[in-house]
Design a binder for this molecule. Structure first.
Ligand code: HEM
Length: 247
C-alpha cells in the first residue's frame, strides 16, 4: 500500500516549474521595458549622431566621404576582417531596434489593457506634440529604415539600373537625392526623427533617473537642441543636392 501511494505523494510534492530568469522577470515589468527602451534608444541616438557627422563629410568632397565609407569597412583590421566591424554595428543596431520596437508595442498594449476607456479630459493632461506622435512617428521611422537600407546600402530602389555604385557614397547621394520625391521623403522622415528624439531623449534621461523638478526644464531644452542639431545635419544633405550646392 505504502509502495503504491509513494509516486502520488512525490508528484504532489513536485515544485511548480516557474523558471524565471532575473532578466526575463525584469523584462516582464513595465519599468523593465522602459529601461530596455531607454538603453536601446541611447545606443541609437549615439549611432545617429555619428552617422550624421559622417554624412557631413559630403561637404568636404567626393574623395573624403568615399574614403570614409572604405575606412568603415577596414576598421579593426588586421584583427578583424574586411567589413567585420560594420557587421558588429549592424547586429548591435538590429538588436537595439528590435528590442525598442517590441518593448514599445508591449508597453502600449499594457497601457491600453489598463485603461480600455480613453481619458475624457485629455486636454488637462500635460503632454507635448512630440510625446503624442511617438507611436506614429516611430512607425514612420521603422518604414524609413527599411527603405533607407534598400536605397543607399543595397541600391535596390530609387536608382536607374547600373547607377548605384558600391563604395561611391558621394555619387550615390547625389544620384539618390536627384529624385525629388525620395529627397522629400527623407526630409519628412528626418522631421519625424527630430520629433521622436525631442521627446525620446528627455524620456530616457528621466528613466535613468537624471531628471529632477529643478533640472527638468534644462533637460527638455538639451533634448530639443540635440534633436534639432541632428535634424539640421541630416537634412542639409538632401537640401544641398536639391539646390545644386552639391552635385
Ligand atoms: C538624410 C538622412 C540620411 C542620409 C543622407 C543617410 C545616408 C546613408 C548612406 C549614404 C549610407 C551608406 C553608407 C555606406 O555605404 O558607407 C547609410 C547607411 C546607413 N544608414 Fe543612413 N542616412 C540618413 C539617415 C539615417 C538615419 C536617420 C538612420 C537611422 C535611424 C540611418 C541608418 C543607417 C544605417 C543603419 C546604415 C547602414 C546600413 C548597413 O550598411 O547595413 N540613416 N546612410
Amino acid at each position: 500500500m505504502a509502495a503504491s501511494s509513494a509516486p502520488n505523494v512525490r508528484a504532489a510534492e513536485k515544485p511548480v516549474m516557474l523558471v524565471t530568469h532575473p532578466l526575463a522577470a525584469f523584462w516582464a515589468t513595465a519599468i523593465g521595458k522602459k529601461v530596455v527602451m531607454a538603453v536601446t534608444g541611447a545606443i541609437m541616438v549615439a549611432f545617429v549622431l555619428a552617422h550624421m557627422l559622417g554624412n557631413l563629410k559630403i561637404f568636404a568632397g567626393p574623395d573624403e566621404i568615399n574614403a570614409y565609407s572604405r575606412a568603415l569597412r577596414t576598421l579593426g583590421q588586421p584583427e578583424l576582417g574586411y567589413g567585420d566591424a560594420l557587421w558588429i554595428v549592424r547586429v548591435v543596431l538590429l538588436t537595439a531596434v528590435t528590442l525598442h520596437i517590441v518593448a514599445a508595442v508591449q508597453l502600449t498594449r499594457q497601457s491600453w489593457n489598463a485603461r480600455p476607456v480613453a481619458y475624457q479630459y485629455r486636454k488637462n493632461v500635460e503632454t507635448t506634440w512630440a510625446a503624442k506622435t511617438m507611436r506614429w512617428g516611430g512607425l514612420l521611422l521603422a518604414v524609413f529604415i527599411v527603405f533607407h537600407i534598400l536605397h543607399f546600402t543595397l541600391g535596390a530602389v530609387g536608382f536607374a539600373p547600373g547607377q548605384y555604385r558600391d563604395l561611391h557614397v558621394y555619387q550615390n547621394l547625389v544620384a539618390g537625392f536627384s529624385v525629388w520625391p525620395v529627397a522629400v521623403f527623407y526630409i519628412i522622415a528626418m522631421a519625424a526623427l527630430c520629433l521622436h528624439l525631442d521627446h525620446g531623449i528627455w524620456s530616457f534621461l528621466q528613466t535613468f533617473g537624471w531628471s529632477t523638478t529643478r533640472n527638468d526644464a534644462r533637460l527638455r531644452t538639451i533634448s530639443r537642441i540635440i534633436a534639432i542639431v541632428i535634424f539640421a545635419g541630416f537634412v542639409s544633405v538632401p537640401l544641398s543636392v536639391m539646390t545644386g550646392l552639391v552635385r
